[in-house]
Design a protein around this ligand. Sequence first.
Ligand code: HEC
Length: 162
Amino acid sequence: MRKGEKGILIGSVVVVGLVIAVRFMMGHFDASDDKGIPFYSTASPELRMAAMKIYKQENCKNCHTLWTVRDMMRKVPAPALDGIGSLHDEQWFYEYFSAPDPQQIVPSRLKEEFRMPSFAFLSEQERRTLAQYMASLKVEDWYLPAVKKDEYEKLTGKVFNQ
Ligand code: HEC
């Protein structure tokens, strides 16, 4: 085979491969029952980084799931934080984190040690950053009922039937 012919052969193989790959992917995205991941954040990269620093430092993941990540060793049935910004607004989060007794805002069904701690000891800036980030954690409308159901069941320990 001459050099030119070899090039054409390789080129054709690549093109055919690409066509197959694209068809495969389109088939995947077309599937009408697969709407993809419903969670997204409207936060800037700066806000996300600043908030996640506090999130790690305060071990929120010991009790909560976020972006499906949680500490597998702990089994606290706290609500997931994915999509939580579609349930409350920034001001609500700020007041909740600032409350000396968060259970006055969201009652708990859990033992003392598993309850949402007060974060009133954080600086105002830190509480605002956390609140802003929580408010940015949105869920697509089609998945909102599932998030509400999950929150209700985690908070009350009862089955949601509505
Ligand atoms: C010791 C476990 C624990 C830790 C640590 C913790 N939480 Fe919570 N959190 C809970 C529980 C449990 C609830 C549900 C209310 C209750 O039982 O007190 C809750 C409730 C919440 C809610 C309200 C959820 C809703 O559905 O209304 C938000 C928001 C929240 N936590 C964010 C955070 C953030 C951010 C951090 C870290 C800065 C954090 N939590 C740390 C256990 C925890």
